[in-house]
Each structure stands twice: as C-alpha cells, then as structure tokens.
Design a binder for this molecule. Structure first.
Ligand code: DUC
Ligand code: ZN
Ligand code: ZN
Ligand code: ZN
Length: 484
C-alpha cells in the first residue's frame, strides 16, 4: 500500500520546490511530479516539510515530589497534533541508580508512544558505575547525549569536578555533553533569602533565578567542555547572558549549540506578576520567562544562526500539582507545556512576521537537531529512504489556542488565547496519517525507539588546550636543592 502527498511544495532546510512525495513501508520512496499511489493526500496550497523534532521533553517524569502529567501517550499525541513527529525525552536515574536500570524504566513508559522517540541520559550523580555504564549506553543503546544539571542543589545537581569527569569520559566515547546551565548554589542562596524575607509567591521564582546565574553557568560549562574536548549542547537558553557566551564560543570555533524554547521566545516575565496565583504558578519553569531584551536576543540568535534549535522542555503539571507551592514558591513543580504549540507558535511569530524563512523554520524545528543528535537523514529530511515523518503544513489555517481543545492532559495552556496561523493539515509518523484535517488518528504504541550512535572521532570538539591533556615533563639540566 502506498500513499502519495500530492500538489504541495516540498520545503526542507535548504530547498523549496513543487513535487509529490510517495511513501511505502513507512519510508519515502519517490519524490517528483505526477506520482500515483493507493491513497492520495491533497497538499494543494501546503508546504510538505520534515515533521518536527522536539529534543527536550519530560514525560511522566518523577520530579519535585510528583510526576509530570503528560505521559508518552498524551505527550506524543499532543506532539503529532501540532506537527511534531519525534520527541527526545530525558531518562533520569535517581541519585545512586544505574543508567541502564533507569533506561529500563523509560522503556516501560515509552512503549505507549504514538510517534518515534529517543532519549538523552541524565547524569544526576557521579561514580564508577556511571563511568562504566556510559559505554554500553552509547554503544549498545544508541544514546549519545548526556545531560548535566548545574542547578537543583541537593537533588539532581552535579558539581564541577563531577561534570569535568563526565565530560572527559564523553569525549573519550564520542558522546555529547548537555547542560541545564544555572548556578545552583546561587539559586539556593537567593531562594532561602527570598523566603526568609516573606517573598513566597510565584513571582519570587523569577527573582531567585536572574539571568546572571544562567550566564555564569553557561560560561563555566563552555570552558569545562573546552578543557575536556567535548561538544556541548546548552538546553533552554533563555537570556542574552547565556546566548552571548554561546555566540562567543562558536565564533572561536568551539562546538557549542544553544536551544531556546518557544515559551521564552513568546512569553515574558510579566506573566509572574499576574494577580491570579494559579496563572503565575502555571508558568513557573526554570529558567523563568524574561524581559523583552532577552527575548530579542533569542530571536536574533535564531535569525543569525548562533542559536540552532527551538524546543519546549515540555514538563506539564496540573493546577492541582502547581498548588503544592502555595505559601512557598520553591515547592511549585517547575515546568510548562508546549509540545502541541511549538510549531504553530514559531510559524506565527517567526515565519509570518518575516523573521525566519520557511526553510529556516524547518532547520530549527527539525533538521538541525537531527544532525546534532546523529539521526539525520533518517529524521529531519524529505529524501528518498528517509522515514516518512512528514507534516503537510497549511499556512492559511488558523485557530485560537485553548486548553479545552488541546491533547495534553493538563487543565490549562500557557498560550491560552493566542491566535496562530499556520497548522498541520496532515501529520504522518512513519507513513501513518496520525492527524487528518484536524482529526486525531494516533495509534498508541506505534512509536519506535530511534538509535543515535556516538560520533566517534568525527564530531569531536576541538579542545584549545590539547597539550595539557597529555602532560610531558620537561627534561631539565639543573634542579635547585630544596629547603635552602
Ligand atoms: N526545568 C523545568 O522547568 N522543568 C523540568 C526541568 C527543568 O530544568
Ligand atoms: Zn533543565
Ligand atoms: Zn528540561
Ligand atoms: Zn493509518
């Protein structure tokens, strides 16, 4: 059985051209004019693009005393509804738990996924077992990315010595280091001070995590990665301070990527000053939303190429869960949703405003991250042989975002009331039509794990101090007597 997407304009990260696309066995088998197939999907007036890849989700994750509310079923249903056809979730070992053991837990949850998925591994503690298991995680399981939390002191945070050891191991194995870059010691100190002074509301969350804590940690992670000679991916870049560090590193030839979120690009810190406690708490995430100066910087980064990927950090909590933090902002579960809205929001605020071309849209929502994560061109491409993860995008289709109509399991939406123009007409996951003119036809368990091997020697960062990694003692002709 074959499917043909007919009459659309194929848009990839580097080309736009009129062509039909034929699909068989879940893959693209032909691209060209006048193709025939058993099923025809009308793409007249639409762009035929690689499905979105969201490289940053937390589905059914144990966090801050609860579990994030969207699981792999509702999360991937939301993703497909908005044109995203692959998610990369963070497998999070509890402190002391082995990496392979944590992966078993994630495999159990992910069996329900409606679209393809992969994992990043979180390094939440450091020890011989973690060192040893990194090798089979990369080489047998095909997971080449490892995230380090520089914040969440006393829970997930790793210290600089642990991070340096981990980065060195990753450099050796051809892996990529990722960081949540916030100075966890400073955040803990500011949080205690704010609470002691009676600042208990959600707005204090923003005060406890100023842009400087992000800028400092981003600079530190970049320098430590440079010393280890490992490529570095900085998740949820929200400030000019962090972006500036990334820009500088890239201009020096360092292999560093930055990932802004759709939330930080389109929502600002005024949300935390809303008179309704629930409204503000629902938007508590780390890093927090910031002011226009930072937003402008993130957009400039996408436009100039110093920032590479737009993600969501989808980590959804219900209003009831958010209320764990009434009377103490530090107990509000950190996280916001966005999986269903990332593509339409970025199209509306990025492409329709002229900031990004349709090709750049494909680059930052799909192709760039497929290349970084080492699953291109299976994902992120419209090419013969690639998986048929495709979104048929109707640039004229409009809606107003509202929680009542969303796929996510939570009871609100941080983009409530936002009008978007540009939505999927069809979303295909390995050839299966999961969204059909607004109708959701997902298949639970259809999703498969996508292996992403290590990069060997190909994608190594160029350490600027290579000599020091292989110390050579200097042969001297004279050595003074000691103790004189
Ligand atoms: N930030 C969040 O807001 N939620 C999940 C983890 C994170 O770093
Ligand atoms: Zn994070
Ligand atoms: Zn995250
Ligand atoms: Zn089907």
């Amino acid at each position: 059985m074959s499917t043909v997407i007919k009459g659309g304009t194929v848009v990839t990260a580097d080309l736009s051209y009129a062509a039909d696309v034929r699909i068989e066995g879940g893959r693209i088998t032909e691209i060209g004019p006048d193709l025939k197939g058993d099923t025809v999907l009308d793409a007249t007036g639409c762009y035929v693009m690689p499905g979105g890849i969201d490289p940053h989700t937390h589905l059914e994750m144990p966090f801050m005393g609860t579990y994030s509310a969207d699981d792999f079923e509702s999360g991937t249903r939301a993703a497909l509804s908005g044109g995203t056809t692959m998610v990369v979730d963070f497998a999070l070992p509890a402190p002391g738990q082995g990496l392979l053991d944590a992966l078993k837990m994630w495999d159990n949850k992910a069996g329900r996924a409606n679209c393809d998925y992969s994992y990043h591994m979180a390094v939440t503690w450091w020890g011989e077992q973690v060192f040893d298991e990194m090798k089979p995680v990369i080489e047998d399981r095909g997971i080449n990315t490892f995230k380090h939390f520089m914040a969440y002191k006393g829970a997930l945070m790793v210290n600089d010595d642990e991070m340096f050891a981990s980065f060195n191991r990753l450099a050796e194995l051809g892996g990529i280091a990722m960081v949540h870059a916030e100075n966890g010691d400073v955040v803990a100190e500011l949080t205690a001070k704010l609470l002691a002074a009676g600042n208990t509301g959600p707005e204090a969350h923003a005060y406890s995590r100023p842009a400087q804590v992000e800028g400092e940690a981003t600079n530190r992670a970049i320098m430590i990665a440079d010393m280890a000679g490992v490529p570095l991916y900085v998740v949820h870049v929200s400030s000019e301070d962090a972006h500036e560090a990334i820009r500088r590193a890239r201009s020096l030839g360092k292999r560093v990527w930055g990932e802004p979120l759709i939330q930080h690009l389109t929502l600002d810190e005024s949300e935390y000053f809303h008179p309704d406690w629930d409204h503000a708490a629902r938007r508590v995430m780390s890093p927090p939303f910031r002011n226009k100066k930072h937003q402008d910087s993130l957009w400039a980064g996408l436009m100039s190429g110093s920032l590479s990927v737009v993600a969501t950090d989808h980590c959804a909590f219900t209003t009831e869960q958010k209320r764990y933090g009434v009377g103490d902002f530090s107990k509000i579960p950190n996280g916001t949703g966005g999986l269903e809205d990332r593509m339409p929001m970025l199209w509306t605020h990025g492409v329709a405003t002229g900031r990004l071309t349709p090709n750049e849209f494909v680059a930052v929502t799909s192709t760039n991250i497929a290349k970084v994560l080492n699953c291109y061109p299976r994902k992120g491409a419209i090419l013969v042989g690639a998986d048929a993860d495709i979104v048929v995008w109707d640039p004229e289709k409009e809606k107003t975002i509202t929680a009542g109509a969303q796929q996510s399991a939570i009871d609100y939406n941080v983009f409530e009331g936002h009008k978007v123009k540009g939505l999927p007409r069809f979303t295909l996951t390995r050839g299966h039509v999961a969204v059909h003119d607004g109708e959701i036809r997902t298949k639970e368990g259809h999703g498969e794990f996508v292996k992403r091997p290590g990069n060997g020697t190909v994608n190594r960062a160029l350490s600027t101090w290579k000599e020091l990694t292989a110390p050579r003692p200097v042969e001297r002709t004279g050595i003074p007597a000691t103790g004189v």
